[in-house]
Design a protein around this ligand. Structure first.
Ligand code: FE
Ligand code: FE
Length: 284
């Protein structure tokens, strides 16, 4: 098990969230998930051990400095999707289309329910921020639950006990319920742990409507959208947008269609949709 890449694939974390933490759509966290006997569990534990130890306020500030000016490269959306799809485990020939398949299954399920076209596009693009892995970031800085840094870590965050090794949890600037924040300052003023959600928000923030950006930016913030924590940091706009984030979540976790969507057939539809909202090249 490598130090930076404890998971065999990036989807292992999502499978854990779906199958072990929130097995029923719309449920609260399962209390007994820590005892669940699963071969992937040790990798997920190790993943969280690294993530919770190293996602500090200073780390997040440093990653924001490094990435939010979008100076990595310019790509069209199709190029970015192809690029993301190179994120496969070489040892497993069956998961070749994994990343793209997950995005298409999500977007097609949203489309099948007759939602607005920008919601469908949100489904297609919500994990695009995982290209961070291809820029050399370790898994613990790309995926996993997101949570605020700069204030106390909620006990409802999975594997909460690993925060003991995070230096911020013994720093009195950060270990009160509000920490460095003003009450009800709004989540846009709160720093969340660094990963693919926050990054894709910065990449797409000029192009999509607010609910779309919220769904992408906070889709891994389970302590908020599932567990109802951190309301003291939210303003009325966040509470209004929470409904969208909750609406998105089942499409992300539970849409696995028995017949996988055919990218070749669907590509013209998505080409039009992408062209409607996004320029031909976007900055990453
Ligand atoms: Fe995601
Ligand atoms: Fe996803």
């Amino acid at each position: 098990m490598s130090q930076d890449q404890p998971l065999e694939s990036l989807d292992q974390w999502e499978d854990f969230v779906r199958d072990e933490v929130y097995p029923q759509p719309g449920t609260r966290a399962r209390e007994g998930y820590r005892n669940y006997d699963d071969p992937g569990r040790d990798c997920v534990r190790e993943f969280y051990r690294q993530n919770h130890r190293q996602q500090t306020y200073d780390f997040v500030a440093e990653k924001k400095r490094q990435y939010t000016s979008l100076e990595q490269r310019q790509m069209g959306v199709f190029e970015a999707l192809d690029f993301l799809n190179t994120l496969v485990d070489d040892s497993d020939p069956d998961i070749e289309l994994d990343q793209l398949q997950h995005l298409l299954q999500t977007s097609e399920a949203i489309r099948a329910d007759g939602h607005e076209d920008w919601f469908v596009l949100t489904g297609l693009l919500h994990d695009l921020g995982k290209v961070l892995c291809l820029f050399g970031e370790p898994q613990w800085a790309v995926t996993g639950d997101s949570f605020p840094v700069g204030c106390q870590f909620s006990e409802r965050i999975v594997y909460h006990e690993f925060f003991e090794a995070n230096p911020d949890s013994t720093d009195e600037t950060y270990n009160s319920p509000l920490g460095v924040y003003e009450p009800n300052c709004g989540l846009r003023n709160v720093h969340l742990s660094w990963g693919h959600d926050e990054y894709v928000y910065h990449v797409l923030k000029d192009f999509l409507p607010d609910p779309a950006l919220y769904m992408m930016r906070f889709h891994s913030f389970y302590a908020w959208h599932r567990e109802g924590e951190y309301d003291c940091l939210c303003d009325d706009h966040d509470r209004e947008m929470l409904g969208w984030v909750k609406k998105f979540n089942p499409y992300d976790l539970y849409s696995k269609s028995p017949s996988p969507p055919d990218w070749v057939e669907l590509r013209p539809y998505y080409a039009d949709l992408i062209e409607k909202y996004l320029p031909s090249a976007i900055r990453f």
